[in-house]
Design a protein around this ligand. Structure first.
Ligand code: PEP
Ligand code: CO
Length: 452
């Protein structure tokens, strides 16, 4: 079979002619049309200027001058659109990025899985609960999680609600950043209690002391620019481009003639919707936003290269991030041929590692979990492989939250019996202590691998 595909003219709706996986069945077509019309008339959540700036930052990351920290919930809930939850998410990501800045000596670009990460791909369309077969939960943008038929029916009004929750979330995040919340001069905001109980206490404490020293030094010499930069960080939003009618309705033609998805800064193509002939690829190829492409064990290197060429025919630096999620067991087998294929093609891509989605396992009670040791092992191998191949791992991708949940095993959570605050609507997330511990581990790794 011919792998590449012919490309006809693109428009925000040209995906309608392609097979769209993972879409809900709406009952009332007229209601869908009227909700989409409402969305088309809403003001955008992001601007072309911000998106172009992110693209330029990602181009720097691809060439090793910057590092990208991409993370957040697996699935955001509308009910999580609350001040404390959003503050917690921003805080943990800022703290992680501070540690990574220290470790990489590079600027860090932060992208949240936030303010729109409301739609989830599912492996099954239906499930049976208490003898009743009903559609599976596909994320708050589509239906409700309650195990009753009524909640599980796809409701188009949720798309309008999703827009409003995204807008309220982003508005608050912007206000926190603008108002100086990002100022990390206050060690009391760091909440580092977990360090004291960690076996790596001495190493982590040294990193924190070094960061604090650097901040104090800048304050002392009056390095106004640097201090100001620390206070006012940039933060970008992202979500999986999954529910295509919603994404289309938030796509706008800008004055430069290009189409931008102004519902987020960055969008990614999920592993389950990466069919090169499919509607998701068709939609994403035409928008000007930077795009992430999840790469899993089922994709051959040539297939990935074909996707990259279709999504980025002009080979624009920063446009494509390949987010590998190959699993700790298989990364040494699968990553080198992939890197080699891309290197040989000369196509510029930013490499990122998602050490979460290839390392999910099920507990006897059916819940999903992930072990920190596997997450770290995939990261460790990924850094080493890129380093050995003269390639550059320019970013990492985590599922994490600022809340004190217990969903992943490791750190102070020794076994499945300690997972008593299991709250995720989808995949297990790192809690704040685990996420920070991961940043400290990466910091040690990067300093170990650093080329002079
Ligand atoms: C996700 O990022 O939550 C996800 C579903 O990932 P993937 O498409 O890589 O499985
Ligand atoms: Co997930």
């Amino acid at each position: 079979m011919k792998k590449t595909r012919k490309t006809a003219a693109w428009s925000p709706s040209s995906w309608h002619k392609h097979k769209a996986a993972q879409q809900p069945q709406y009952e009332n077509a007229a209601e869908v049309r009227s909700c989409l019309e409402v969305l088309r008339n809403k003001p955008p959540l992001t601007t072309r200027g911000e998106i172009d700036r992110l693209l330029a930052e990602l181009a720097e990351a691809a060439s090793g001058k910057r590092f990208v920290l991409h993370g957040g919930d697996c699935a955001e809930l509308f009910s999580d659109c609350r001040a404390d939850v959003l503050r917690g998410k921003l805080q943990v990501q800022l703290q992680m990025s501070m540690v990574l800045t220290y470790a990489t000596r590079k600027s860090v670009t932060r992208i949240g899985r936030v303010a729109g990460q409301y739609a989830k791909p599912r492996s099954r369309a239906e499930e049976t609960i208490d003898g009743i077969t009903m559609p599976t939960y596909r994320g708050d943008l589509i239906n409700g999680p309650e195990p009753v038929l009524e909640a599980r029916m796809a409701d188009p009004r949720r798309m309008v609600e999703g827009y409003h929750h995204g807008a309220a979330s982003l508005n608050y995040l912007r206000a926190l950043i603008e108002g100086g919340y990002a100022d990390l001069h206050h060690p009391e905001r760091w909440d580092l209690g977990f360090i004291m109980r960690s076996k790596n206490k001495a190493a982590y404490s040294r990193i924190v002391d070094a960061i604090m020293d650097a901040i104090r030094f800048m304050d002392t010499i009056g390095a106004v620019d640097s201090a100001e930069r620390l206070r006012r960080v940039s933060f970008y939003t992202s979500h999986e481009a999954l529910l295509l009618p919603y994404e289309e309705a938030l796509t706008r033609r800008e004055a430069n003639g290009a189409h931008y998805n102004l519902g987020a800064h960055y969008l990614w193509l999920g592993y389950r919707t990466a069919d090169i002939h499919g509607a998701h690829v068709e939609y994403l190829r035409g928008i000007a936003n930077p795009i992430g492409v999840k790469v899993g064990p089922g994709q051959a290197p040539e297939q990935v290269l074909d996707l990259v060429r279709l999504l980025d025919p002009k080979a624009i630096p920063g446009r494509i991030t390949l987010i590998t999620r190959l699993g700790a067991q298989r990364v040494t087998e699968l990553l080198p041929p992939l890197v080699q294929t891309l290197q040989k093609s000369g196509h510029p891509v930013l490499w990122s590692c998602d050490p979460m989605h290839g390392n999910t396992e099920s507990l006897p009670d059916g819940r999903k979990t992930r072990r920190l040791k596997n997450i770290f092992s995939e990261l460790n191998q990924c850094f080493a492989i890129h380093h050995e191949m003269n390639s550059c791992l320019g970013g990492v991708h985590f599922e994490q939250t600022g809340e004190a949940v217990t969903e992943c095993i490791g750190g102070l959570l020794k076994n499945a019996g300690t997972l008593d605050r299991y709250q995720t609507a989808c995949d297990p997330r790192l809690n704040r202590a685990q996420a920070l511990e991961m940043a400290f581990l990466i910091a040690r790794l990067l300093r170990l691998h650093r080329t002079p």
